[in-house]
Design a protein around this ligand. Sequence first.
Ligand SMILES: *Cc1c(COP(=O)(O)O)cnc(C)c1O
Length: 454
Amino acid sequence: MSDAKRGGGPVEGAGREARAGAGRGGAGPRSRALNAVARALFPGGVNSPVRAFKSVGSEPPVIRAAKGAWLTDVDGHRYLDLIGAWGPMIVGHSHPAVVAAVTRRVRRGSATGTPSPDEPRLGKRVVATMPWVERLRFVVSGTEACMAALRLARAATGRDAVIKFEGCYHGHGDAFLSSAGSGALTFDAPDSPGVPQSVVGATVTVPYNDLAAVARAFAAHPKQIAAIFVEPIVGNMGFVRPDADFLPGLRRLCDAHGTLLVFDEVMTGFRVHRGGAQALFGVRPDLTTLGKVIGGGFPVGAYGGRADLMAMIAPEGKVYQAGTLAGHPVGMTAGLATLREIQRPGQYERLAAVTARLADGLEGTLRAAGLDAVAPRQGGMMGLWFARVAPRNLTEAKATKTDLFRSYHRAMIEAGVYLPPSPYEAWFVSTAHGDAEIAHVVSATAAWATTAPT
Ligand SMILES: *Cc1c(COP(=O)(O)O)cnc(C)c1O
């Protein structure tokens, strides 16, 4: 293989971390060379769209190593990481206990296509932690978990339609890639070419935190709704919290209409609270989807919930769902090691406290500079909005000053802070973040704020 095919030049080298500390970051010559090769190979130069930095109008530094709360790019720049691989890295990167467990597992073989010992161990831990997951099935991604949960909900109810919320993300399964029809009264239209109208023609999208719209959707489609899918705290339109009566209201409406309530906890599970959003709010879902943290940085998803529903899955029942690499031994081991660390006494409290100090620090710094800013947070997850009050739905999220974010993001990358490259993404904090890391973000933010347009 030629050098050009491998990525256009050497990327390994000694002492790069030592050469540059955090600061003056951004895609340097080596990142730009790799990105040029990647753009020829991959659509947009990436293997998942948000990584492309399209919405912030620049190009991504290529990260060659990650340790604790810090990333190092191929040009030797260091960044404090607030992406956390989009959620999984709750104990920080390359945590010694996770690395040791994974290394041991790989030496014994990576995959066997047979039952392996850490599947029931991780499964037991999930069931012991999530209040309304009685049984579960491991899959490979959050997308797959949501697709399977929808199939199960349809099988269990004998209905086809599903209600979801504007701004929530449930992976890229066809049924979830739709745009709202008019006012919950009509079914949706495809939101991506290639998605058949016949598939999204059973999806109804309504605004988040709008119980009246959900009630209208039920009234417009009597006895047709199999499930409501909801992110119990939203991370995929930026960080948006449910109103106090929203999730209990969904539970009541589901009970009244014979519909299953599905909490998509792919992001919130093991992240916003030890027992996920369901434990935090004390609201019972019928099914739960999981991903991200439970794989400890490896591709793992899961869906689970009521035992009577899970008994319908093959080979116990007739609802088909399978996976060559499902319950992958290395992913199970990484997930188990990660949960063991984060579930040690005091870890969730520490994580929440660090996240709160960061959120408070940013709010205070930006407001002191005369900017409207609000940083809602829960557990190890937060958001930052350039607005006086936190948005409650996608329309309000879009009405915040998202135009400020592009300049903020660029300044932060240059200062050595790797934020999600979109105002509509949540930020993720880990137990490897501490006061020095918070101070680094807050001082970089303060420096930007003095130059920011108000
Ligand atoms: C990330 C995410 C998914 C999709 O998970 P993948 O592993 O990326 O397929 C689904 N739902 C929510 C809430 C997510 O945050």
